[in-house]
Design a protein around this ligand. Structure first.
Ligand code: ADP
Length: 347
C-alpha cells in the first residue's frame, strides 16, 4: 500500500503507530523525541524505563498514552560520521525494523519522522533518499499505509543533482509555454496525427460510400475490415480495459502493478470491478509510471480517463521529466512532486 509524504507534526498523526527517533537510552531527548514525550505524557517515560535501552538500527515498541496513535515505535538512528561508518545500513535497518515491529503488532498504518536528519547530523537529502527507498522496498512486499512526516519547510531537501536536473527541465519546458514557444514533441505530434488520420480516413471512407450501411468487408475486403474493427475496439476501450490489457501485456500481476503505482489495494479492486471507472489524474499517471509507458503511451492511457499532459502545469512537466528520462520509480517522482508542492502520484 502507499507511501504518503506529508507535512505535519508527527505527534498529531492519527495512525496505528508513530516512530520516535530516540537515543540508545530511550529515556527521552530533544527534537522529535522530546515532542513525542511531551505529547504522550509521563507514562511513556515510565514504560521506556522498563525497556533497557535499544541498539542503533533496532526498534522497540510502547503504547501511545495521550497520543492519537496506539503505539510508539522507538528506533535509534545512526549518528553521522561522514558516511563511511555503516550509517546507511543502520538507517535502512531502523526503517525496516520499525515496519516489521508494526506488522507484528497488527498495525495497518505507521508514520515516520526523518530519522537521524536532526541532531544526529545525517545529510537531509541522503536521509530522505534512504527513507523513501527503505519504505518503498518494504511496501513492494507488504501492505501498510506509511507516512513520511516532514516537519518544517526546510527539512525537505532533494538530492542536488536531481533538483538541478528537474529545475533545468522545468525552466526549459514550463516557462517556454508562457513565451508561447512550446510545440508538441515530434514523436507525440506525429503519432497523434497518424492515429487521427487513420481513424478519420476510415470513417470518411464509410461515410462516402453509397453502401455505407453494408458490411465494410464486402466493400473493402477482409484486411480493411479487420483494421477498422481494431480501430473501433481501441476507440471503445475504457481506461480500465486499457489498464488491465497493459498489465497483461507487461506480464505483471495486479499486485505488482498497484504497488509500483503506489496505489491502495482497495482502490485497485474498485477499478478492476468497474469497467467505466474514472480515476483522478494522479492515479492515472501513477499507473502509467508503474507500467513504464513512454510519453506517447502515457498520453493514450490518460486520454481514456479524459486527461492530457500539459506543459502549462508544473505537475505535468515534472512527470514528463521522469518519463522522458525513463525513471519510473514512483517514490522518487513523489519526492520531487512534494518538493515542488504538487499533488503526489497514487496515494
Ligand atoms: P535525530 O537525533 O535522529 O537526528 P531529531 O529529533 O533531532 O532526531 O530529528 C529528526 C527529524 O525529526 C528532523 O528532520 C526534525 O526536523 C524532525 N522533527 C522534529 N520534531 C518533529 C515533529 N514534532 N514531528 C515530525 N518531525 C519532527
Amino acid at each position: 500500500m502507499p507511501l504518503h509524504i506529508v507535512r505535519n507534526d508527527i505527534t498529531k498523526m492519527k495512525v496505528d503507530a508513530i516512530v520516535n527517533a530516540a537515543n540508545r537510552t530511550l529515556l527521552g531527548g530533544g527534537g522529535v523525541d522530546g515532542a513525542i514525550h511531551r505529547a504522550a505524557g509521563p507514562e511513556l517515560l515510565a514504560e521506556c524505563r522498563t525497556l533497557g535501552g535499544c541498539e542503533t538500527g533496532c526498534a522497540k515498541i510502547t503504547v501511545g498514552y495521550r497520543l492519537p496513535s496506539r503505539y510508539v515505535i522507538h528506533t535509534v538512528g545512526p549518528v553521522w560520521h561522514g558516511g563511511g561508518h555503516g550509517e546507511r545500513q543502520l538507517l535502512v535497518s531502523c526503517y525496516r525494523a520499525s515496519m516489521e515491529l508494526a506488522k507484528e503488532y497488527g498495525c495497518a498504518s505507521i508514520a515516520f519522522p526523518l530519522i537521524s536528519a536532526g541532531a544526529y547530523g545525517y545529510p537531509k537529502d541522503q536521509a530522505l533518499r534512504v527513507a523513501v527507498d527503505s519504505i518503498g522496498d518494504f511496501l513492494l512486499e507488504h501492505d501498510m499505509d506509511v507516512y513520511l512526516v516532514i516537519f518544517g519547510k526546510d527539512s525537505f531537501v532533494l538530492g542536488q543533482k536531481l533538483s538541478a536536473d528537474i529545475q533545468e527541465y522545468i525552466d526549459d519546458h514550463y516557462t517556454e509555454l508562457h513565451l508561447s514557444k512550446w510545440k508538441p514533441s515530434a514523436i507525440c505530434g506525429k503519432a497523434r496525427t497518424n492515429a487521427k488520420t487513420e481513424i478519420e480516413d476510415a470513417l470518411f471512407s464509410i461515410h462516402m460510400s453509397p453502401m455505407a450501411a453494408g458490411p465494410v468487408e464486402a466493400i473493402y475486403g477482409k484486411d480493411a475490415s479487420a483494421s477498422l474493427d481494431h480501430l473501433m475496439d481501441e476507440l471503445d476501450e475504457s481506461f480500465q480495459q486499457m489498464l488491465l490489457r497493459k498489465i497483461d501485456e507487461r506480464g505483471l500481476t495486479d499486485a505488482q502493478c498497484y504497488k509500483k503505482a503506489n496505489v491502495d489495494r482497495k482502490l485497485f479492486s474498485k477499478i478492476r470491478n468497474d469497467v467505466h471507472y474514472k480515476p483522478s489524474k494522479p492515479t492515472a499517471i501513477a499507473f502509467a509510471i508503474a507500467l513504464e509507458l513512454d510519453l506517447q503511451e502515457t498520453e493514450s492511457l490518460l486520454k481514456k480517463a479524459g486527461y492530457a499532459l500539459s506543459r502549462s502545469s508544473k505537475f505535468d512537466v515534472i512527470v514528463q521529466y521522469f518519463i522522458e528520462k525513463s525513471k519510473y520509480n514512483v517514490f522518487e517522482i513523489n519526492e520531487a512532486l512534494f518538493y515542488y508542492d504538487q499533488n503526489l502520484l497514487g496515494a
